[in-house]
Design a protein around this ligand. Structure first.
Ligand SMILES: Nc1ncnc2c1ncn2[C@@H]1O[C@H](COP(=O)(O)OP(=O)(O)OP(=O)(O)O)[C@@H](O)[C@H]1O
Ligand SMILES: [Mg+2]
Length: 334
């Protein structure tokens, strides 16, 4: 299990500090497929880098913690994020966004596999034995063994992405973090890769954390979802509940912007833009775009509260005992 508590991660830039992830708390449980969704720039990849424990300049941890429980020689230990890199091999693997650049253009696929093994492990297992295992594994993922002798540019986009998934999952890590694993692929290939990831997760019984801005993808494969807006978590719920009864107006908008089968009416996109993370507003970050917002929303930052077991929302209008306060522009009630 991974525990994220009051985690903030910022970037230092010449324009100032970009508060990309602000005071985020949630747990990632063993064996679940958890999805992180939200518009471009809301901090999804930054949070994933934090969960992977790969915090590099100009990013830095501005507060809070991310911890992982590991089992070492029968002993449970809690590891801080700063030490996650020692567990990258067995525990955590990461399929980064824009992962086309993960593969080196000048190395055959087999070398990319061999290079991903620590040298002592390579020596212990033997190069050829390892390559045989990799070839067998590729075949399970519908990739012909001869891709091992190919260079990345000789593979189609879909094959390349399968190879990347194979690389990230070959050692059966406990947590697989995938950042937009299917974006930029056509719908059919996308479906194939998602099916493959879900089957792998079922077989390995491990935990899969997936970032996507595509709510349709989340609906199809995730068990639970975390919705982010402008660096903050605004809603967490199991996926069926989130789609059936979204509580945050932003979640509702994300769901309503999805095309529906047999429905010819124009889907409403989300108008406006998220606020700058250089200088985010002090109240609810969604207030400027929210149809329900009133004066209080622009001043008070809503806390994430648990409405029903496992369903969390950060919206003043959903707080128990909420009372509408007339705003200067008139009253808005839900
Ligand atoms: N290396 C960096 N230096 C400075 N700012 C950065 C850096 N990487 C990301 N940011 C900023 O941090 C914020 C969050 O970015 P992040 O990449 O986490 O968003 P995202 O939700 O993954 O977006 P997308 O859906 O487009 O991938 C953005 O405002 C972005 O401009
Ligand atoms: Mg991203």
């Amino acid at each position: 299990m991974i525990r994220i508590r009051n985690y903030s991660a910022y970037y230092t830039t010449v324009q100032g500090t970009v508060k990309a992830v602000e005071d985020v708390s949630f747990d990632i449980f063993d064996g679940e497929i958890i999805g992180i969704a939200g518009e471009s720039g809301c901090g999804k990849s930054t949070l994933m880098k934090g969960i992977y424990g790969n915090v590099e300049i100009p990013m830095y941890v501005a507060g809070g913690s991310i911890e992982m429980e590991v089992d070492e020689a029968g002993q449970k230990r809690v590891i801080p994020g700063s030490e996650f890199r020692h567990y990258w091999w067995q525990y955590l693997s990461y399929i980064p966004q824009a992962s086309m650049s993960v593969l080196s253009p000048v190395a055959r696929i087999k070398h990319q596999f061999l290079d991903s093994f620590p040298s002592d492990e390579l020596r212990a297992r033997g190069k050829q034995a390892l390559l045989d295992e990799v070839a067998a594994y590729l075949q399970e993922l519908d990739l012909p063994a001869h891709v091992l002798n190919m260079y990345p540019h000789q593979l189609s986009g879909g094959m390349r992405q399968r190879v990347i998934v194979a690389l990230a999952t070959f050692v059966q890590p406990r947590f697989i973090l995938a950042d937009e694993p299917t974006t930029a692929l056509d719908v059919v290939v996308q479906r194939g890769i998602l099916t493959m990831l879900v089957q792998l997760q079922k077989r390995l019984q491990n935990t899969f954390v997936m970032v996507s801005h595509d709510m349709g993808v989340h609906y199809q494969i995730t068990d639970r979802m975390v919705i982010m807006y402008a660096g903050k978590v605004v809603e967490i719920a199991d996926t069926p509940t989130l789609f059936a009864r979204p509580q945050h107006p932003y979640t509702e908008m994300l769901i309503n912007s999805l095309p529906r089968l047999g429905d010819d009416t124009q889907r409403t996109g989300i108008s406006g833009h998220p606020p700058s993370l250089l200088n985010p507003p002090s109240g609810c970050r969604f207030a400027a775009r929210c149809p329900l917002a009133d004066a209080r929303c622009r001043e008070v930052l809503p806390e994430l509260i648990e409405l029903e077991p496992g369903h969390f929302v950060a919206c003043l209008k959903r707080e128990p005992g909420y009372m509408a306060v007339p705003s200067a522009e008139g009253t808005a009630t839900p």
